[in-house]
Ligand binder design. Structure first.
Ligand code: DGL
Length: 286
């Protein structure tokens, strides 16, 4: 029996467990949809890789997910979105629509800022791409200015799964200092790992600063995209969700439960092309 397209899962991928902060919002907002998440943990981190490499990874992961059946692809990784979204959309045109995290987050930031000064903390790859400069300029019709800080160490520290310790505090301090100096009133967390240290970021930035995350931006975008294409699953069904990882599945499961804050029963393993060595993609500031 063929499954109706509307009942296929929404495919979601990231370099690791960070995208689970996006999946969390989707599962809470769209409990009737199925989701299949792939964490490319064998090739983490993405944030220091060049754009052409991120595009080839994104295409490979999309193919793996589409072979299993998916009605929409969500790139739950800012580095991959910033580097590869237009090219990925073009390559998958006619097969499936692709949703990324940069534009929806920029729209939220443009709507939130009162003084027109918006901060961005992201990986070197994301900052170097200039994707947020373009997206925020478009979303605010040129009225908001972006102050970007590249934080090379923060996502790896979070992905390592240790306690929030002095190293994390120092890293967050280095990232937030220039944003406080620039008097931003809104900060985009431009990496899906960062919501895991949101209390530390909020405390360091100050209570009055509005933090915008990929998760809150993307759930509404997925809902809109599915409705617009007539692909929404019936609202009265209960959705399921599953997981794949290119690295150690048990390690993904253990760490993933903390990120997702929902149960993860089983994680399947997928083979990806050999991890290439990481290369710096931009300036490192934090
Ligand atoms: N979660 C990924 C992002 O949103 C980045 C972490 C990494 O792989 O460097 O950019």
């Amino acid at each position: 029996m063929t499954i109706p397209e509307s009942e296929l899962p929404v495919a979601v991928f990231d370099s690791g467990v960070g995208g689970l902060t996006v999946l969390h919002e989707c599962l809470v907002s769209l409990p009737h949809e199925d989701f299949l998440y792939l964490g490319d943990t064998a090739r983490f981190p993405y944030g220091v890789r060049p754009a052409d490499q991120l595009l080839s990874f994104a295409l490979e992961l999309s193919d793996i997910l589409l072979e299993r059946g998916a009605k929409l692809v969500v790139v739950a990784c800012n580095s991959a979105t910033a580097a590869a979204l237009p090219a990925l959309r073009e390559r998958l045109a006619g097969r499936v629509a692709v949703v990324g995290v940069v534009a929806p987050e920029s729209r939220l930031a443009a709507a939130a800022t009162r003084n027109g000064r918006v901060g961005l903390i992201a990986t070197p790859a994301t900052v170097a791409s200039g994707a947020y400069d373009r997206a925020l300029a478009q979303a605010s019709a040129g009225r908001a200015e972006l102050h970007a800080v590249a934080a090379a160490e923060l996502a790896p520290l979070i992905q390592a799964g240790g306690e929030v310790d002095e190293r994390t505090v120092a890293c967050v301090e280095r990232a937030c200092g220039p944003l406080r100096d620039a008097d931003v009133d809104t900060v985009i967390l431009g990496c899906t790992h960062y919501p895991l240290v949101r209390p530390l970021l909020q405390r360091t930035l100050g209570r009055g600063v509005k933090i915008v995350t990929s998760g809150e931006a993307i759930a509404a975008e997925v809902e809109r995209e599915l409705a617009g294409r007539g692909l929404a699953a019936p609202a009265d069904r209960r959705g399921r969700y599953g997981f794949l990882a290119s690295g150690d599945p048990e390690e993904f499961r253990r760490l993933g439960i903390r990120f997702l804050q929902l149960p993860i029963a089983r994680v399947g393993h997928v083979q990806v092309a050999r991890p290439a060595p990481s290369e710096p993609a931009g300036a490192e500031a934090a």
